[in-house]
Ligand binder design. Structure first.
Ligand SMILES: NC(=O)c1ccc[n+]([C@@H]2O[C@H](COP(=O)([O-])OP(=O)(O)OC[C@H]3O[C@@H](n4cnc5c(N)ncnc54)[C@H](O)[C@@H]3O)[C@@H](O)[C@H]2O)c1
Length: 318
């Protein structure tokens, strides 16, 4: 298949690109690199530095026939979305609309969209399934929800097939430290830089952490399967307190961790866990990586990343 991945220089996108190339697909990536890095992009992918709101993207659709578009580019900082609602809406709503409109006009058959647990807001029950009330508590969650509606209308008017995947907290190699979602990456950067980690609140708040390669696998399955249910949670359905994450990191690093507490963020939910039954049955998918293994792989990546420039410097100095 010929596949366009928006946000393919980012954390999740770059793992998706690696997997698609492994499966012999042709992959085109667009990313404006505002939060991603060209170093993340597999050499075998074709890369264009484009903003998803730009009208120049049309040339790409004109010159390629994409069988599917995987739309991951977004402004991902939920807390910042409250301070910068226009920036968030410009990328997440107007940028997504630009991509959806091009997909309709150039007859792309399949659209896979990265939505989020943020659409649910404060859990009314746990685990949250796809029928949980949609009451986002930040602008990021609103922007993710709005695009879900646009996709439904796009399908009605054009027949374009779409799948909406609502991810829980994704973690793994290449992650930036933005917002609550990036808490494992943030902790690891703090530890590797020999700083104390900062836990907001008492650390008893829970999250449903899913490893990035399991997310990439779910996305790639959506290319092959034609699920009857178009909206699916992608999660582990396991609730883990932040304090336990700190212990698992301590174990993986085999060294003591200095920890300090800061006040809890007012907008952060206390508990989170998402039901993944629909994805299990519709995609024949399940999360394969347990948290110890995922954190171990993430630690190995961050240590290597920290060592890399030093090694280059050492080589220069020889
Ligand atoms: N990481 C998580 O835990 C999580 C959870 C739920 C949903 N999601 C969704 O998954 C997707 C990928 O998230 P991620 O964690 O990999 O974030 P990321 O920031 O690493 O990746 C997003 C990419 O989009 C690019 N981008 C941003 N604005 C752009 C624009 N206007 N034009 C072109 N490119 C642009 C960034 O440079 C970045 O490379 C996002 O849509 C996010 O909302 C992520």
């Amino acid at each position: 298949m010929n596949i366009l991945v928006t946000g393919g220089a980012g954390f999740i996108g770059s793992h998706v690109v690696d997997l698609l190339l492994k499966k012999k697909h042709k992959v085109v990536v667009i990313d404006n690199l505002c939060n991603g890095s060209i170093r993340n992009v597999n050499d075998r992918a074709i890369f264009f530095r484009f903003d998803i709101t730009s009208s120049s993207i049309e040339a790409l659709f004109r010159n390629n026939h994409f069988d599917a578009v995987i739309h991951l580019a977004a402004h991902i900082d939920a807390r910042a979305s409250l301070q910068k609602p226009l920036l968030d809406a410009r990328t997440n709503i107007l940028g997504s609309l630009n991509i959806i409109d091009l997909c309709i006009r150039y007859k792309v058959k399949r659209f896979i969209y990265a939505s989020s647990a943020a659409v649910y807001g404060n859990p009314e029950y746990l685990p949250m399934d796809e029928r949980h009330p949609i009451r986002p508590i930040n602008n990021y969650g609103i922007s993710k929800q709005v695009v879900e509606h646009y996709l439904d209308v796009a399908h009605r008017i054009s027949g374009m097939e779409y799948v909406i995947l609502r991810f829980s907290n994704v973690y793994g190699p290449r992650q930036g430290g933005m917002g609550e979602a990036g808490v494992i990456a943030k902790f690891l950067r703090q530890i590797i830089d020999k700083r104390p980690i900062t836990v907001n609140g008492d650390g008893r708040q829970t999250r449903d952490f899913i490893y990035v390669k399991d997310v990439a696998k779910a996305i790639s399955l959506c290319l092959r399967k034609r699920p009857k249910r178009r909206i699916m949670n992608i999660s582990t359905d396991v609730e883990i307190p932040l304090n336990q994450i700190v212990e698992i990191i301590r174990h993986a690093l085999k060294e003591p961790i200095r920890k300090k507490h800061a006040p809890a963020h007012p907008g952060d939910v206390q508990r989170s866990r998402m039901d993944n039954h629909v994805a299990r049955t519709q995609l024949n998918w399940h999360p394969e990586t347990d948290i110890e293994e995922g954190i171990h792989e993430t630690v190995v990546f961050f240590r290597k990343q920290k060592a890399a420039p030093k090694r280059r410097k050492e080589l220069r100095e020889r």
